[in-house]
Design a binder for this molecule. Sequence first.
Ligand code: HEM
Length: 462
Amino acid sequence: MTARRTSRWRGPAWVAWRTRRARRAGDVGGIVRSVARGADTAVGIRVGRQRILLLLDPALVGELLVEHAPMTTKGPGVQLTRQMLGNGLLTSEGKPHDRARKLIAPAFSPRRLAGYTEAFAGRARARTTGWRDGETLDIHDEMACITLDIVGRTLLGIDLVDRAPAIRGSLEAALQRFGDVGGGSLLIGGVGRRRGLGGRGNQRGKNAADSPRTAEADVHRVVDQVIDEHRRRGQSDDRRDVVSALLSDGQVRAGMSDQEIHDHVITLIMAGHETTANALTWALFLLGRRPDVQARLHAEVDRLPADGPTFTQLTRLPFTRAVISEAMRLYPPAWVLGRTLVTPLDFAGWRAPAGTLVGVSPLLLHHDSRWFADPRTFDPDRWLDDRRNSVPRHAYLPFGTGPRACVGEQFAWAEAVTVLAVIASGWDVQTPAGLTPKAQYRVTLRPSGAVPLRVSARNAAP
Ligand code: HEM
């Protein structure tokens, strides 16, 4: 490979020139792509007094997120969410983070996941039985409803369906605020935002976002109520949800205050709802354009008993999993990750002083033809044949890697595969010709606006 890198930090004028078109179009993803264009291992820019290094090589990504993890803190986007998330897993650092991670891990053990999987299938079935043959649905909205219902049952142990519109409005607003300060602000926080970028709201969350602080207060109130209810019911009443898992485990109770549990639960709700909804939405949109792929998915799920899948049956769904893997390759819900260096570090000749913001974009890595042949093509088979062995370590990282990798990864896999399997067992989805939803680069990579897909019942009378 020819090295085209020059380890020269580019200044604001270069950034402004490079990104001018994308900035004019309000295309945050385009800004990141423009900055990276032509570089091979990394690109360094200066925005005001801030140095930003974007890593493009999987080996360097491993250095940042795994080997050098103790020399970094989470980037400023995540830091800014502290006001809402308190000191939950996402925002805490150092020893308190490591301690909390150990205490929380058992809530995601295989035994727990088996119980959650029942809820995943049950909630997906409950929602999809309301679909009518031949109707067109906003599939993003549908997936957000299913995953929110799942959050209620599996994280909080409550039924959110009745309370859904209010809570969902609050969550949407809170997520929007979360999105405003995170994700895309990694690279453009300094440049784009001042120029009016990155602040285009999601219309669906608009009303609730009019009073984001009220919405956040609502979410905090619900979590407090849930913790109180669990406490009143007592330790022995384990209802197989995450809050029960945390409160019924003596070690966790001894190790964490109510406030800490509150912060962790809020964090799990925020980190775990929208990401999975987006992964499923993009997967269904892609499937709806490829009847051949969908037919293979149907054939696989049809081999399961009608009331499945159970947690143990998930291993019988390799193609379903490959569809999700491929959807997250093309549309990684966490599309950009950031770290701040607490000591100076060298990345392949880039001498980065302490305070440098170092970014990794799963989106750029996943679309790089050096690691994925024909990167723009939706091809789930690349995860099932020999090609998967040639993907370099850290070139595919929808869930991050190292000590700050997603704590809910196994939960998310089980959830996404189960919900997709339930949908595929009853429904065929069709994406209208010419529909390609515009991506919105917030803290997650979400479709901007509705994703109208047609659903047909597979068992409908001819
Ligand atoms: C498809 C779904 C999901 C994706 C793509 C995803 C992605 C990620 C990524 C990339 C990170 C690491 C961020 C970084 O390195 O800066 C992360 C962290 C995290 N995720 Fe997920 N996630 C998903 C689902 C979930 C679920 C279902 C939960 C909880 C139920 C969850 C909870 C968390 C938490 C608490 C962290 C912070 C972990 C720590 O810092 O120790 N995520 N997620």
